[in-house]
Structures are given as structure tokens and as C-alpha cells.
Write a protein that binds this ligand. Structure first.
Ligand code: FAD
Ligand code: PYC
Length: 415
């Protein structure tokens, strides 16, 4: 048995008898009700809600690396629900409400901090878009307000709001209920809670094939053998297209690198999240004191978990223009993830063309905030073999009907 960090601590504290081991070895002969491909936040949340709310007993999560090794623990942890269109606003707000009680639900501190999210406006066009989004949010019961430059300067004094700034700031939208969470804690919280409900979490178990019989899925082929189940869910951000190809169909997704970096730690100085879609940078300060700084996607398609240096130089140029005081800061480390984006920058959730095979993918640059809500509605979709009402607008059908949910504007990050 492998020992996790938590199991070592538990053993040291003498609690080992009350806690089952977190990870079990796969039994290739076991038949499961549902197999989830992908041990990120979305996959683990789906497993948790399948076990907790849908009453399914035999669930496995298969992960090619280690849980949380994908985008779930590579992101900049921004949580908000201020999307433009009703369909997105409802889905992300559903998720935000779950975030508000998630630490208690999982009995695990996910460090959800509603410190407020600012989206800056730099042009008249941005200002009009921002007001339109505020009105739309208001109609959906989502908190959103406009801060003019004077109010903004008092809310976030580090921002350079002078008219001669390279990127003049004309105001910002503020969602006070938005904020950040600790990404790896979210993964671990869902993993531990799912494990306690009997979910098997199989790490270092890569799916290499998706066998079918008579048009129905029969399980997965993995690097550790075949595992059978009548229902399989693809929840593998960045790799959904590759997995769909194993099942004989294509998805309208393109995978891109998306990167972020952190500065050296500092005393608390930035107590909100600042995003600028126009200049491709977003920043918050972690509880460790580091600035967490993200950028837009690399424009080329790729599977390398690192992005181009040119993106970082643009991102840092934009950061220093918005926050001149950060110009002397040293950066500590950078990393990348692989995000898969659909043509309308919205996710794909629901049934696939193969019976028994379900999809949860295409979250692009913005799926972290959806983790708990996505898991919950997807679990119901799988259990009932019919889309949860909140995901009806996000099924694959929209690419044939043309009913796209175009969130490029409110996605918050340049796509
Ligand atoms: P992942 O966490 O990537 O999990 C998928 C898992 O599938 C991986 O662990 C992978 O190893 C596994 N897998 C893949 N192929 C196979 C296979 N063949 N067999 C078995 N397992 C497989 N979103 C926000 O809302 N706010 C943000 O601030 C934000 N910032 C971001 C910044 C960066 C730099 C990046 C990269 C992303 C950001 N995102 C953000 C997006 C967010 O991280 C993702 O949408 C979200 O984490 C996706 O979660 P997931 O569980 O679907 O994917
Ligand atoms: O969707 O809010 C978001 C986001 C921020 C950074 C990357 N994505």
C-alpha cells in the first residue's frame, strides 16, 4: 500500500484504525456501476455526488497520474459566477452556492475566500460590456456592481488608475461573493469524502481504450488491465478529444497550453482578485503570500504542460502597467496546464454518441469555479441517463442546432 501524506500523519497520531486507506489497488475483475476517467476535481466531485446523492454503490475513478496532477491543481483558483448568458449564469451560480458551504459539506477546509473579483474595463467598449453583464447578472440574482475609478481606487489602492497609464482603467465590475479557494484542498476534500463513501480511486492507471459492444460502452482498457462497467464518464480536461477518439467519435474541442506563475511571498497587500481580459492578466495573493498570476492561452494547439515564454513577458508587462509597485518583484516558478476549448468557450456536459458514455469537458480556462456544481449536475445526468436541467444548454446537440452559449466576452480570460 502506498502511504499518502495524510495517512502518514494519521498513523503518527494513532488514528489509523478509524481511517480506511485512501487509495486501493484496482481489482481488474471488479465490475463497477460507473467508471470515471480523470481524477481531477470534476471527476472526484462527480464520484462523490454519485455515491452521496444518486445512491450508486460501485464507482471507480481512474487517473493516469496522481489525483489533482492535471488542471485542478494548476489553476489560479478564481471562483465567480458573473457570466453573461442565462445558461452559464445559472450553472456557475449553482456552483458558487455549493462553494459557500463546501468546507462543511466535505469536512475539509477548502479555504474558500470570498474576497471579491474585479473585472477591469479599459475602453468605452469594455465599459458598455461591463454594464450589460451587470444588468444580466442582476436579472439572474447574481451580485454584480460597477466601481467607477474613484471607488475602484479606494477598493484596490494598488491599481494605477491614472489617465496616462499604459492601459487606462475606466472602472471595473465587482462580484463581492467571488474569490479564491485552495485548489489541491478541493481535490483532496472530494477524494477523501468519496473514498469514505466507498469510491475506488485508482491512480497510475491510464485509460488506453474504450471498448464497446453493439454501440454500448462496456468499460475501459487501462495500463493495469480491463475494468468493466455499463457506464463510463470522460472527465479528463485537455484530453477529452483523445479519449473520444478511442470511442470512435470526434469532439469540437481544441487543446491549448495555459500557464500561470507565482512571485516570491510577501506580506498581505492585495485582498481581492483583479482580472483584465483586455490585457490578458489576472492576479490574486495566496494565503502563503505569493502573487498568483495567470495569462491567456497559447494560441497554438498542444499537449505540453508548459506555455511560451513570450506569453509570460506580455503578461508581466501588463501586470506591471496595472500595478507599477510590482515591478521589483521576483518570480519564483511557472507552470502550465492543458485546457480544451469549444468554439463558444462553454463546456460540453451530457451524453455522447455512444450509449453509456458521458462527457464532461471543454471547460477551457474556466472550469475550476464549476467543480462542485459540475460534479453534482453531472452525477445526476449519469445516474438518470438524461441531462440535468442546468446542463441541457451544454449538451453536444448545440453544435448541430447552432444554439451556442458564446461566453468569450465574460469568460474572463482571453481565448
Ligand atoms: P483535471 O484536473 O485536468 O483532471 C483531469 C484528469 O484526467 C487529469 O488528472 C489527467 O491526468 C487525467 N487523464 C487524462 N487522460 C487520462 C487517461 N487517458 N486516463 C486516465 N486519466 C486521464 N478555472 C477557473 O475557474 N478559475 C481559474 O482561475 C482558472 N485558472 C486556470 C489557470 C491555468 C494555468 C489553467 C491551466 C487552468 C485554469 N482554470 C481556471 C481552468 C481549470 O483549471 C479547469 O477547467 C479545471 O481544473 C478542470 O478540472 P478537471 O477535473 O476537469 O480536469
Ligand atoms: O474563469 O475566472 C476564470 C479564470 C480566471 C483565470 C482563468 N480563468
Amino acid at each position: 500500500m502506498r502511504h499518502s501524506f495524510f495517512s502518514l500523519i494519521r498513523n503518527a497520531l494513532g488514528h489509523h484504525r478509524e481511517w480506511p486507506p485512501l487509495w486501493r489497488d484496482p481489482d481488474p475483475k471488479a465490475a463497477y456501476d460507473v467508471i470515471i476517467i480523470g481524477g481531477g476535481g470534476h471527476g472526484l466531485a462527480t464520484a462523490y455526488y454519485l455515491a452521496k446523492e444518486q445512491g450508486l454503490g460501485r464507482i471507480a475513478v481512474v487517473e493516469k497520474g496522481w489525483i489533482g496532477g492535471g488542471n485542478s491543481a494548476r489553476n489560479t483558483t478564481i471562483v465567480r459566477s458573473n457570466y453573461l448568458w442565462d445558461a452559464s449564469a445559472h450553472l456557475y451560480e449553482h456552483s458558487l452556492r455549493i462553494w459557500e458551504g463546501l468546507s462543511r459539506e466535505l469536512n475539509f477546509n477548502v479555504m474558500f475566500s470570498q474576497r471579491g473579483v474585479l473585472n477591469l474595463a479599459h475602453s468605452l467598449h469594455d465599459v458598455r460590456d461591463a454594464h450589460r453583464r451587470i444588468r444580466a447578472n442582476d436579472l439572474n440574482g447574481i451580485d454584480a456592481e460597477w466601481l467607477d475609478p474613484t471607488k475602484l481606487a479606494s477598493y484596490c489602492p494598488l491599481l494605477d488608475i491614472s489617465p496616462e497609464a499604459r492601459y487606462p482603467i475606466l472602472g471595473a465590475t465587482l462580484q463581492r461573493r467571488g474569490g479564491t479557494a485552495r485548489h489541491d484542498a478541493v481535490v483532496w476534500g472530494f477524494a477523501r469524502a468519496a473514498d469514505r463513501l466507498g469510491v475506488d480511486i485508482l491512480q497510475h492507471c491510464e485509460v488506453t481504450g474504450i471498448p464497446r459492444e453493439g454501440g454500448k460502452v462496456t468499460g475501459v482498457e487501462t495500463t493495469r488491465g480491463v475494468i468493466k462497467a455499463p457506464k463510463v464518464a470522460i472527465v479528463a480536461a485537455g484530453h477529452a478529444g483523445t479519449l473520444a477518439a478511442m470511442a470512435g467519435f470526434r469532439l469540437p474541442l481544441v487543446s491549448h497550453p495555459l500557464q500561470a506563475l507565482v512571485s516570491e511571498p510577501m506580506k498581505p497587500l492585495l485582498d481581492c482578485v483583479v482580472m483584465s481580459n483586455a490585457v490578458h492578466v489576472y492576479v490574486s495573493q495566496s494565503d502563503k503570500g505569493e502573487l498568483v498570476i495567470g495569462a491567456g492561452i497559447d494560441p497554438y494547439a498542444g499537449y505540453a504542460q508548459k506555455g511560451s515564454f513570450s506569453i509570460i513577458t506580455e503578461q508581466m508587462g501588463a501586470l506591471v502597467s496595472l500595478f507599477p509597485r510590482f515591478s521589483r518583484l521576483r518570480m519564483m516558478r511557472s507552470w502550465g496546464g492543458i485546457v480544451d476549448t469549444a468554439p463558444d468557450a462553454s463546456p460540453i456536459i451530457g451524453k455522447s454518441p455512444v450509449e453509456g458514455l458521458y462527457l464532461n469537458c471543454g471547460w477551457g480556462t474556466g472550469g475550476f469555479k464549476a467543480t462542485p456544481g459540475s460534479g453534482q449536475v453531472f452525477a445526476q445526468t449519469i445516474a438518470r441517463d438524461a441531462p440535468h436541467p442546468l446542463v441541457v444548454p451544454f449538451t453536444l446537440d448545440r453544435f448541430t442546432t447552432g444554439a451556442l452559449v458564446d461566453e468569450h466576452g465574460a469568460a474572463g480570460v482571453a481565448h
